[in-house]
Design a protein around this ligand. Structure first.
Ligand code: NOJ
Length: 742
């Protein structure tokens, strides 16, 4: 009987694959009707190839993967770097499995693919949404040609604790800016049509509040209020969902004791119901099974039950909990089959949206892959974003920019001439072609006059820097007109599972700086790192500091443009750099306290007894080779009603000698509200280009929508009353005005 029904329904499945039926819902339903329970559960199972086998040919493990495809017990793979192997698996799915459902291949494409872009935190410091979108477009073009259908990006966790290694993957401490960047990234990856072969499915992660991990320790607990969740951590996710992102990933953490992979309130109620998200949710790596360790389930059956009853995870990444338990759970009546159908449907819809049912092989395009590797535009896009991401932190006596006609230059430090993995990029760069990286030496050599002497000294390593290496570095410094010291932490020190308890320059690098400074030569410190560092001593002692982050493939070229003034630095920090470790967390949009500090060293005020409250370098801060003056800050009205728009205008003039870009920022503060409101909140910015001597009027618009917050009843609304608006070149360097919402 069953067989006959299947045979009758088969034409619908074929139709779903071959015709252009508009309604993906209908298509997915028509396929699900043909599937056995085991096959539906198979779609919810994701396996990792590379890490599991570490072996490319014919092992038992590989047989297991192939067999799983054949019998329909896997729907997706991650970490399959080999294109031929992906093709092989897809062929098995299409030719040897009963349902012929294409596999969806996933990978962490975090900042570029073969051509590596700067790390996401760096990118955010460009405040250039178009360049960020372009960067993800390039990544999608390259990854899709190599058979990647789905990236586990963007990471849109708001991050306020630089001890957490993953801050490199996000967009910093601000929710509003983070939301704009989230949308740019989704557009870049997914384009306007997911079914095109050069667009890939994006994944909003980690849902949610992973950035609030206690002590910045990876995989750790999160304890935040519902207000903070909704106000600080959720908006970038809501923005990504509204922008049409196709998938979400559970975070590893608990909130109020509930792990995200089983958190009904978070996933089922907020994401799937309140926000009406129709895509699918993948667990993080084994995060469903890890609910056992969290102590909220007693065995594998129990974790699978929790996640599926609560509809909190549609796909189980490498945890095997679903594949081992769901069938039994349905048979025992502990999990409704309808929930499995729902999860399966969400996944099938993504496969339809990607066009995989029409052509399961469309992303495996060796010619396009070859062409993409040679596309000259891609490194240029990476370079463009890298130079826009760099932040000039200090430039006493205008040491920078350097002259190309300089007679001699000493390049000292572990990052001066490196071709080593992860020196100019994070560890999230599985597809990277390390040999293509332009290092600092190469970039500078391409830039300076042929007669310029470049003395390179890389003896002093990131960690290991012996006294004799320091002495040699001093000798090298003495030979040159100017010294560029290239120091930092490489990509193995930040990223997943790379939390640090000290966030200073690792190893003995400070001793190197100290010794080189003693030569009296002008010193430019170029920093390569993936998190805000504590740089109090460096700031006090080194005349010029350029934050280069991990700039990616075009590191050296981008740096040379900045150091020699072909590009005037314009980046502004999106994460505060603490004055000292003990200040953490330190972020600009903090709440006021009942005892705000007005004058330094006042007693009985909210302060430290040994350090200031302010960070060393605040949010929105970054220098330029030129200077900008702000004047004529004006409001179009002193009050508006909830339907009106307030215009906030300001004139910016380039009063220095160089042409350059400025990121003009606008903040607000709700002065009297039902709950205490942050001392400043970003609500607008514009990046403008001004020739030396030129000025421009910038006008921002504010409406009641920009003033809304989650009030004491957790209703999202604006309060009537007075507000401050601040305009300026950083979160601290502002002019303020007051207006009322009537
Ligand atoms: C764990 C990480 O938390 C997540 O961000 C990543 O996408 C997955 N592993 C897959 O590599």
């Amino acid at each position: 009987m069953k067989k006959t029904i299947l045979l009758l329904l088969l034409p619908y499945a074929v139709m779903a694959q071959n015709t252009s039926i508009k309604n993906i819902d209908f298509k997915a339903d028509s396929v699900i009707k043909l599937m056995t329970l085991e096959e539906k559960i198979g779609q919810l199972n994701q396996l990792s190839i590379e890490f599991a086998t570490g072996n490319k040919d014919g092992s038992a493990a590989l047989n297991y993967y192939e067999e799983s495809v054949r019998n329909g017990t896997v729907g997706s793979f991650l970490n399959t770097p080999n294109l031929d192997y992906k093709i092989k698996l897809q062929k098995i799915a299409m030719n040897e499995s009963r349902m012929k459902i294409p596999i969806i291949f996933a990978l962490d494409v975090i900042h570029g693919y073969k051509v590596i872009a700067p790390i996401p935190l760096a990118q955010s410091c460009s405040w250039d949404l178009k360049a960020i979108e372009k960067s993800e477009r390039v990544a999608a073009e390259m990854a899709s040609a190599d058979g990647v259908h789905w990236t586990f990006a963007p990471m849109i966790d708001v991050t306020r604790d630089p001890r957490w290694g993953r801050v490199m993957e996000g967009s910093g401490e601000d929710t509003w800016l983070g939301s704009k960047i989230a949308v740019a990234r989704v557009k870049g990856f997914q384009g306007d049509d997911l079914s095109k072969n050069n667009t890939i499915l994006a994944c909003a992660k980690h849902f949610a509040a992973y950035g609030a991990a206690e002590a910045g320790r990876e995989y750790n607990t999160v304890e935040i209020s519902e207000r903070q969740l909704r106000e600080v951590y959720l908006p970038p996710f809501k923005a990504a969902a509204d922008a049409g992102i196709g998938s979400f990933m559970n975070s590893f953490n608990t909130i109020s004791g509930i792990p995200s992979s089983g958190n009904k309130h978070l996933v089922k109620d907020i994401l799937k119901t309140e926000w009406n998200f129709k895509g699918f949710v993948v667990s993080d790596w084994a995060s469903i099974s890890e609910m056992l360790n969290h102590g909220v389930a007693k065995d594998t059956m129990d974790v699978a039950r929790l996640a599926m009853v609560n509809q909190t995870s549609d796909m189980d990444m490498e945890g095997m909990a679903y594949i081992k338990s769901l069938k039994k759970l349905v048979e025992q009546g502990k999990v409704p089959e309808a929930n499995i159908n729902d999860a399966c449907k969400r996944i099938l819809k993504a496969k339809f949206a990607l066009g995989l049912f029409q052509d399961p092989f469309k992303y495996f395009d060796k010619k396009r892959k070859e062409a993409s590797l040679k596309n000259p535009e891609y490194p240029l896009a990476s370079r463009d974003l890298a130079k826009k991401s760099m932040v000039l932190l200090k430039n006493d006596n205008n040491i920078l920019p350097l002259k190309k006609s300089i007679k001699s230059i000493a390049l000292i430090g572990a990052f001066a001439n490196s071709k080593k993995d992860r020196d100019y990029m994070s560890f999230w760069t599985f597809g990277a072609e390390q040999k293509n990286v332009i290092n600092l030496y190469e970039g500078i050599k391409n830039k300076v006059n042929a007669t310029t002497q470049i003395f390179v000294d890389t003896l002093c390593g990131k960690v290991d820097c012996q006294q004799n290496a320091i002495e040699k570095a001093v000798q090298t410094a003495l030979k040159a007109e100017v010294v560029v010291l290239a120091v930092g932490e490489n990509g193995e020190r930040n990223g997943e599972c790379r939390s640090r308890s000290e966030i200073n320059l690792p190893g003995n690098q400070q001793a190197l700086i100290r010794a080189v400074l003693k030569t009296g030569k002008p010193v430019v410190l170029v920093l390569f790192n993936g998190r805000p560092l504590t740089l109090k001593w460096e700031n006090d002692n080194v005349p010029a500091i350029l934050e280069a982050w991990q700039p990616g493939t075009e590191a050296g070229n981008a740096l040379a443009e900045v150091l020699f003034g072909d590009y005037n630095p314009s980046g502004k920090l999106t994460m505060s750099f603490p004055y000292a470790l003990g200040q953490i967390p330190v972020y600009y949009n903090q709440l006021p306290t009942g005892r705000p500090l007005v004058k330094p060293n006042e007693m009985w005020k909210s302060t430290f007894s040994d350090i200031p409250n302010e960070p060393l370098y605040p949010f929105g801060f970054g220098l330029s080779y030129t200077k900008f003056s702000y004047s004529d800050v004006a409001l179009s009205a002193s009050e508006i009603n909830i339907n009106q728009t307030l215009e906030v205008s300001v004139t910016i003039k380039n009063i220095g000698k160089y042409d350059g870009e400025e990121i003009v920022q606008m903040y607000i503060r709700d002065l009297v509200a039902e709950v205490s409101r942050p001392v400043k909140e970003l609500r607008g910015f514009e990046k403008i280009y001004l020739k030396a001597g030129e000025s421009k009027k910038v006008t921002f618009k504010l409406t009641a929508e920009d003033l809304k917050y989650w009030n004491s009843d957790l209703v999202y609304k604006a309060d009537l009353g007075d507000f401050k608006v601040f305009v300026g070149g950083s979160s601290v360097d502002v002019t303020e005005k007051v207006f009322s919402l009537k």
